[in-house]
Design a protein around this ligand. Sequence first.
Ligand code: NAD
Ligand code: UD1
Length: 341
Amino acid sequence: MIFKEKVLVTGGCGYIGSHTCLYLIENGYEPIIVDNLCNSNTEVLNRIKSIVGYKPIFYELDVRDENALDEVFCTHDIKSVIHFAGLKAVGESVEKPDLYYNNNIGSTNTLLKVMKKHNVKNIIFSSSATVYGNPKRVPIYENDPIGEVTNPYAETKVKIEFLLQDLANHDKTMNIGILRYFNPIGAHKSGLMGENPKGIPNNLMPYVTQVAIGLRDHLNVFGNDYDTRDGTCIRDYIHVCDLARGHVLTLNKLHQNSGLVIYNLGTSIGTTVLELVNAFEKANNIIIKKEFAPRRAGDIAECYANCDKAYKEIGFKTEFNIVDCCRDSWNWQKKNPNGFN
Ligand code: NAD
Ligand code: UD1
């Protein structure tokens, strides 16, 4: 294949990174993946090849390993970086804050140092709606306050965002995209790629699909006494392929010497837990056994995005709705009952 540019993709074997690699390849960008495989599997590289006919170059390394990373930049003429690598389990981050600070912030520091050495100016960072904490209003806009967060995972995202913003202020030649993802769900329509959680899933959709496949007995719906239309929490669920496309649009924007850009990537639509379960049942003709359980500590009632800025500046618009998400998540789970293992 002939590519126009090499893009380093840290964490490219993971859920969002792997889907983004597909879109990069389809749009003429060559992903060079680095991943330490702490939460992923190299089988995903074969799946990428099955879908787009090209197996990305891959290096098994920890982004904190400066020498190993430097070697990759010496070997390849990298022009841009998409930085997905990180740990993301909120509960685990409360148990092991040092691990989260070390991994998430440490990897970003090393990456920025090596980028500077090689004069690489473009970087997209995976941030999260979690930086808004308990939002004062919904929908949430990019200029709403961030930083009042309640767990170490969120704290690492906030700290990295501030670091990148300071960097952009200091060095006007840097082009930095901070993408705040809302709730990614779904899978590639082929059923060859999807989310592959280790152990008991923390997040709603993988839990639902594991109930559907019989790995879990029932779904616990955490809280039905919130001040929402059916008492359950509202989130903004975005198809992982829409999210992946958002990265390519952002990368194109960085190439226009954008400086710092910050976008919410969501659908602008709030969906309750019960609405999501209903949509799953209807889309797939499966009943999901569920029980109401107490609220989960740290949960907020409502979180959904206003995505006008991403639409105006990069033309970002979602193509998939909640039914598509439910169908594709189930298709992936059904075809891969044990994920990539
Ligand atoms: P994931 O765990 O599937 O992917 C992350 C990848 O990074 C994994 O393949 C893991 O092995 C790798 N990794 C972790 N630490 C590393 C290190 N030090 N060096 C090299 N590789 C390392 O997670 P994901 O859902 O694809 O998330 C990607 C990014 O998006 C993360 O930064 C996450 O915090 C962020 N994010 C995810 C969500 C979500 O709901 N999935 C929401 C908001 C933000
Ligand atoms: C979680 C993380 C958040 C992260 C986001 C996307 C927590 C506290 N927050 O948020 O930092 O950015 O994922 O990765 O973990 N639910 C159930 N039963 C379940 C699982 C979830 O009822 O078994 C409910 C939750 O209470 C919530 C909704 O489903 O209301 C969505 O949960 P989840 O998928 O974990 O996402 P977030 O809570 O948005």
